[in-house]
Design a protein around this ligand. Structure first.
Ligand code: CA2
Length: 147
């Protein structure tokens, strides 16, 4: 059985505790549960992580590249949070490893501030899901299963 790696970036540990109008009321633990259910439905194992640190996310993408090359990892669902809009390091890590990444945003970043309209992840992502709430995680896992 292959694994889906779901990576969450900075401040996503606050999900459900603040800004429910933007991000909804579900917590990150709730998101992990829905991801586990989606993985179960698609014959994948789940590895679910969150970090507030850019370099940790880069290390995890490198680890994912090794897993993908070894045939044990289907790919990565990445909600890079605000690093989406700033991180050339994450762009380079995804490009350098070649691991399939589905970029995911809970909110519709294109309907928000202009600084959220640019993504360093999108050009190196296999696909992008934005604005569908936390349900987007399940869709992203399905996309990984179909790759
Ligand atoms: O919509 C998304 O999923 C984002 O990736 C969330 C990031 C934001 O910087 C991106 O532009 C879009 C922010 C995650 C912070 O989440 C919070 C949740 C509750 C309270 C405060 C922050």
């Amino acid at each position: 059985m292959k694994t889906a790696l779901v990576l969450n970036g900075p401040n996503l540990n606050l999900l459900g505790m603040r800004e429910p109008a933007v991000y909804g009321a579900q917590t990150l633990a709730d998101v992990e549960s829905l991801c586990r259910e989606a993985c179960g439905a698609h014959g994948l194992a789940l590895d679910f992580r969150q970090s507030n640190h850019e370099g940790v996310l880069v290390d995890w993408i490198h680890e994912a590249g090794q897993g993908h090359a070894a045939g044990t990892l289907a790919g990565v669902v990445l909600n890079a949070g605000a690093y989406t809009h700033t991180s050339i390091a994450l762009h380079d890590a995804i490009k350098g490893t070649g691991v399939p990444v589905i970029e995911l945003h809970i909110s519709n970043v294109h309907a928000r501030e202009a600084f959220r309209h640019h993504s360093y992840i999108s050009p190196v992502a296999r696909g992008v899901i934005v604005g569908l709430g936390v349900a987007g995680y399940a869709l992203a896992i399905r996309a990984l299963a179909d790759l």
